[in-house]
Structure formats: C-alpha cells, structure tokens
Write a protein that binds this ligand. Structure first.
Ligand SMILES: *Cc1c(COP(=O)(O)O)cnc(C)c1O
Length: 378
C-alpha cells in the first residue's frame, strides 16, 4: 500500500529528504500531504487487512524515516515500544553489553530483564572503547545509546560497530539524541537503529512515537510480528503529526544546536556551574570522537549546579522562559534535575540538570538561565 513520490536515489541531502520524503505520488489533483487514515479495517482481499498490521499514514512516516536512515522502518507507539519489540526477538539469556549511563526507562527495563533471567547485562563506559571491546567477548548484543542520556558521552560508533560485527555480535543503536541528521548507524554496519520520535523528529512535545529501522529483512519480519502481537502500534494522528514535525527537523536542529553551543560556552564560565557536558565544546572529553564521525553535536546539555540538589531544584523552579519539565527535542527549551526520578542511574551526579535547548532566541534563553542560576545560589 506504500506508493510514494520517488526521490532521486542518493541525490538529495538530508535537509531536502526531511522535506520531500514520504509524500504521495504526484498524480494530478492528488494531495501534497498524506492524509490521516482512520480505519480499523480494509477492504478484502488485500495486503493490510486489519489496522493493527498497517495504516497508510504510518506507511508515509515509515517511508520518510527509511529514506533518512537507509533501512526499512516500522513505527511504534513509543520509543520504548520499539526497543521492547526488538528485545522481545532476542533469545532468553542473551548477553548484552551496554552503557551504564542511558535512558532511564531502558535502564529499568534491562534491570528487570536481568532479574528475570531474560538477559545477562554487562554495563560499561560506552565512551571507553577498550572497555567495551573487552566486554564483547561472550556477548550476543552490543546496545549503543550515543550520545547518552543524560551524561552526553559519545561512543566511538564506527570502531565499536566494526569490531562487534567482525565478531558476529548483533549491534543495536538508540540514536534519539543525534537524529538521522547527525549520524547514520546502519551505514556504519549496525543491525538496527531505533528512535524515540517523541523527541527531535516530531519536535513539538505533542506526540509519543518510536521507530525501528533495519536493512535485515528477517529482522524486519520479526519486528513486524512483535509489533502486531505486542499491539504497541502508532496512532494514525500521531504518525501524521510526526511526519509534519519531520519537515522542519533540519532547520530546527540547526538552530537548536547553535543555541546549545553558545549556552554551553556561557555555562562553562558561570559561577553557579561546576561542570558542563556538551560534546560541541572543544574542552569536552567527547569532543574529539564526536567530531570524527558526527555531523553536529546535538542540542542537549547537562551541567552540575554548585550547591547540590537543592540549588539545582531551585534553578529549575526559577526559570520563566525555559520550562521545568522532563523530555527533550521540542521547539521549546526544557530542563530538569535528573535525579528527581528514582530510576536515574547512580552514576549521574545528584546536582545534574539536563537542558534540552530549543529554538528560542539565544539571548532570551541566556538571560533566563542566568537569572535562575543566580537565584539558585541565594
Ligand atoms: C525518551 C527516550 C526513549 C524512550 O522514548 P519514548 O518515546 O518516551 O518511549 C528512549 N531513548 C532515549 C535516548 C530517549 O531519550
């Protein structure tokens, strides 16, 4: 059922792909945008059959992500639903090497899998290539989140993926923080890349959705079955909103990244800040590796506030333009102290604030952050 306007193969930059991919065929009087199809069932006999197995609005979004990631794509009800579906395809007792700092929902899921015997999980510093490679012996899966949430560590993905694949170890990447515009894990040889489309790709904090992309037809088949049986399917309206958000991803990310670099620089010399993590800063521990393969440094910053958790909480409660809320990747800047969540990793400092930089005016953002940080010290 997926019949879309064909783009010149290999002929477009990602800036144009986000605008042009997944559009309807250019028949006279055809709509420019894919419509929202609200139907639980389809006229028989046909390919789709029932609404848990397919929907034309999902297909348009999936075609667009496929164009960007370079692999067949399935949309899911959320980022975590995409990860769950993939993990459900793994054998019981699978040995997983992964980052000790990662998305807190995933960390909890891995802990549960470990406790139930579904998996043996080996936690490593994902930015320490030697440590990761040492852990790969006897592993079945290398799961890379990079940059990590919220520590902003960067894995040397080209090196890790190459070594893991040479050793016949499966590689999955959570590329949410980078988006397909900054890194292309499938091109590096990863088996699967997932996104929380909730974040940058939809971009307006009004949707929960996820995706999984792969070049491996057998894996795609398993994921499709897992989605149908697990039932974690996208809503057609959410798929449409995400497609609409995707159209501006390139300019949103460009603006948010330039804001983030400026704010990270200024935060680095702010008297209320102990430490800034942003791979775009030349002084950052991950700058060199990030520069070697990423096309940009993203728009997430983490920093530690002087005065401990209470001061960090006070800063978050004192902002006016920046919103005190969880999540990330929207047009509006959000911040929070990560340890207000009980499942945040123990390795994350208790006074760390994660700042998702939006597309507002950078001077307005700085004025607000500066006044909030000043209040935090009072
Ligand atoms: C938010 C997030 C997820 C989970 O995505 P949902 O859409 O909230 O289910 C997974 N990985 C990373 C890195 C995230 O930031």
């Amino acid at each position: 059922m997926s019949d879309f306007h064909k783009l010149t193969p290999g002929g477009l930059t990602p800036d144009s792909q986000v605008v042009a991919a997944g559009r309807p065929k250019r028949d006279v009087d055809a709509p420019v945008n894919t419509s929202i199809t609200l139907s639980s069932t389809y006229i028989a006999p046909g390919q789709v059959g029932y609404g848990r197995d397919g929907n034309p609005t999902w297909s348009a979004l999936e075609a667009a992500i496929e164009e960007l990631e370079g692999g067949k794509t399935l949309a899911f009800a959320s980022g975590l639903a995409a990860i769950s579906a993939y993990f459900s395809t793994l054998s019981r007792g699978v040995v997983i090497t992964t980052s000790k700092n990662g998305y807190s929902g995933l960390m909890l899921m891995l802990r549960k899998m470990q406790e139930s015997g579904a998996a043996e999980v080996r936690y490593v510093d994902i930015s320490n290539t030697q440590e990761v490679l040492a852990s790969l012996k006897g592993s079945n899966l290398l799961w890379i989140e990079s940059p990590t949430n919220p520590a902003l560590e960067v894995a040397d993905m080209p090196a890790l993926i190459k070594e893991a694949k040479a050793a016949k170890i499966a590689v999955g990447v959570d590329s949410t923080f980078a988006t397909p515009l900054l890194q292309k894990p499938l091109e590096m040889g990863a088996d699967i890349v997932i996104h929380s489309l909730t974040k940058y790709i939809s971009g307006h904090s009004d949707v929960l959705l996820g995706s999984a992309s792969t070049k491996d037809e057998a894996l795609l088949e398993k994921l499709s079955e897992a989605r149908g049986l697990g039932g974690a399917i996208p809503g057609p309206f959410e798929a449409w909103l995400t497609l609409r958000g995707l159209r501006t991803l390139a300019i949103r990310l460009e603006r948010a990244q330039s804001n983030a670099l400026e704010l990270a620089k200024r935060l680095s010399s702010h008297p209320a800040v102990e430490k800034v993590r942003y791979p775009g800063l030349p002084t950052d521990a991950h700058h060199k590796v990030a520069s070697s393969f990423m096309k940009g440094y993203g728009a997430m910053i983490s920093f530690d506030v002087k005065g401990g958790p209470a001061a960090a909480d006070k800063a978050c409660a004192s902002s006016e333009l920046v919103t005190f809320a969880t999540s990330l990747g929207g047009v509006e800047s959000l911040w929070e102290r990560r340890h207000r969540w009980s499942n945040e990793s123990a390795s994350i400092p208790t006074n760390l604030i994660r700042l998702s930089v939006g597309i507002e005016g950078v001077e307005d953002l700085w004025a607000d952050i500066d006044q909030a940080l000043k209040k935090s010290q009072g």
